[in-house]
Design a binder for this molecule. Structure first.
Ligand SMILES: *[C@@H]1O[C@H](CO)[C@@H](O)[C@H](O)[C@H]1NC(C)=O
Ligand SMILES: *[C@@H]1O[C@H](CO)[C@@H](O)[C@H](O)[C@H]1NC(C)=O
Ligand SMILES: *[C@@H]1O[C@H](CO)[C@@H](O)[C@H](O)[C@H]1NC(C)=O
Ligand SMILES: *[C@@H]1O[C@H](CO)[C@@H](O)[C@H](O)[C@H]1NC(C)=O
Ligand SMILES: *[C@@H]1O[C@H](CO)[C@@H](O)[C@H](O)[C@H]1NC(C)=O
Ligand SMILES: *[C@@H]1O[C@H](CO)[C@@H](O)[C@H](O)[C@H]1NC(C)=O
Ligand SMILES: *[C@@H]1O[C@H](CO)[C@@H](O)[C@H](O)[C@H]1NC(C)=O
Length: 407
């Protein structure tokens, strides 16, 4: 009995030891598994960052707008001015005699990450059955031309077209049923400058509370890229209540910033109510800087962007032409939209473009009116230091847009 009991105990002891052995093995297994799993997620995370398959992940952690320009003539320009079928004479600096072409060779390098390589085929694939619409002024139009030039080379001739209809101009890639469009609305809301051709009027009048006439042309777009800045640059704006040509219309001169705020309110109300927030990706391009005063970068003050051949290297350089107050008005309007569930991404191109004093057409563009003798003697007097040569700075804006479209 005792023996049996002993045996029983012994078996019990053995069983206990067996159980603890299993327990130990299980514990070891668990620890090793956790360790390996932990290791592999780290490895996996590294992989995501290095291969950029998880690009959106790194995008949210990276400020794409702080960085520097790097000279890179092996990959830039991304297209050739001559070969772009839809190049604009306003931006074709090489065609109009510019000899120094290094403005085409700069790549924007964010500090904390790399931009994805622009892939026209991938973008058109993404735009299949969709509308990408740029809405705004001539700077936005420049960005649109850049976008068309960036993608059109991968579309064979019979499968692409360009069509103008009033304020809307449409590039179509037939095979993809995709369009990249530009809608002329320099003040976003209605104004007396809405004619896409004849809009240089001495007196600027804005209907700050009316946008529908424009918006019906782009409300159903899949991606919308807005801008509006330069046309507001005057101390006061004439605001119209009522409609153009109506006898009981009421005009009032209003401080510019206030009228800009009113217009952006009209714009954001429209987005909130009429645009499908699940379907549509929204962007606002911040102000594009000008380079009219060479003393800002240490040259004689009579000069401007004319004759400039190199970017500014001073980190954080900012010219007098850029108005941070207007930028804040935009930011406030967009922050408020966010509280209502509407997400507009600011493409903050101001700082990166500030550096590019040599990127403007200056005198190398089509002149709409014959030059006077005085002008010919003093080329900087008729320099365009507002727009940007293509290929050039707006291509970088589109690389940023591309990064967000794929995020
Ligand atoms: C690129 O720039 C370097 C330095 O300015 C020059 O030596 C080289 O010839 C250029 N290459 C091309 C393809 O233009
Ligand atoms: C560009 O994108 C297309 C379609 O996604 C892909 O097949 C191609 O390999 C990409 N090209 C490069 C150079 O990455
Ligand atoms: C082409 O795209 C438009 C949107 O831009 C869409 O309404 C239409 O149904 C598409 N057509 C085809 C044949 O896929
Ligand atoms: C031009 O746009 C109007 C709407 O604004 C439309 O009714 C008309 O069919 C368009 N014309 C062409 C040729 O596409
Ligand atoms: C908004 O777009 C989404 C995605 O395309 C669609 O499923 C939904 O029906 C749209 N909503 C409205 C109100 O049209
Ligand atoms: C522009 O550069 C040329 C050649 O370097 C020089 O002769 C000319 O004086 C410069 N003009 C101005 C306005 O700086
Ligand atoms: C844009 O970037 C500049 C400099 O990087 C910054 O000072 C400014 O606040 C930014 N603006 C917005 C609206 O994010």
């Amino acid at each position: 009995m005792a023996k049996k009991h002993y045996l029983g105990l012994a078996i019990l002891g053995l069983r206990n030891r067996f159980h603890s052995l299993i327990a130990i093995l299980v514990a070891v297994f668990v620890v090793v598994t956790i360790y390996i799993a932990g290791k592999s997620t780290w490895l996996f995370k590294d992989l995501i960052i290095t291969t950029r398959t998880g690009y959106s992940d790194s995008l949210s952690r990276c400020d794409l707008f702080s960085g520097k320009w790097v000279f890179d003539n092996s990959t830039y320009p991304l297209y050739s001015e001559k070969q772009c079928s839809f190049m604009s004479d306003q931006l074709a600096c090489e065609k109009f005699g510019r000899k120094d072409l290094s403005y085409q060779n700069w790549r924007w390098q964010p500090n904390q990450c790399d931009l994805p390589r622009f892939n026209a085929t991938a973008l058109l694939g993404r735009l299949r059955g969709k509308r990408l619409v740029f809405v705004g002024d001539s700077l936005n139009r420049g960005q649109w031309v850049s976008m068309v030039c960036l993608v059109e080379s991968v579309v064979p001739q019979p499968l692409k077209s360009m069509q103008t209809n009033g304020s809307l101009i449409t590039f179509r890639a037939t095979e993809y049923n995709a369009t990249i469009e530009f809608y002329w609305a320099p003040l976003l809301v209605e104004s007396n400058s809405d004619d896409p051709v004849n809009h240089r009027l001495p007196d600027r009048i804005v209907r700050a509370q009316a946008i529908e006439k424009h918006a019906i042309h782009w409300t159903d777009a899949d991606i919308l890229v807005f801008n509006s800045y330069l046309w507001w640059r005057r101390p006061k704006m004439k605001v119209l209540w009522g409609s153009f040509g109506s006898p009981n219309g009421m005009y009032k001169e209003i401080e510019m910033l206030r009228s800009y705020e009113m217009a952006l309110k009209t714009w954001s109300d429209w987005l909130e109510i009429h645009v499908n927030h699940t379907k549509t990706q929204l962007f606002f391009v911040s102000m594009s800087p000008t380079h009219f005063w060479a003393d800002e970068w240490g040259m004689p003050k009579e000069g401007n962007c004319y004759n400039e051949t190199k970017p500014i290297t001073e980190d954080g350089y900012r010219g007098r032409g850029s108005d941070p107050k207007m930028m804040r008005v935009v930011k406030t309007a967009i922050d408020e939209l966010k509280t209502k569930g509407v997400n507009v991404k600011i493409l903050n191109i101001t700082q990166l473009s500030e550096y590019r004093k040599e990127g403007h057409p200056s005198i190398y563009r089509k002149q709409w009116e014959p030059l006077t003798r005085d002008q010919i003697l003093n080329p900087s007097s008729y320099s365009d230091c507002i727009h940007w040569c293509l290929p050039g700075v707006p291509d970088a804006w589109n690389e940023l847009l591309y990064a967000y479209i794929f995020s």
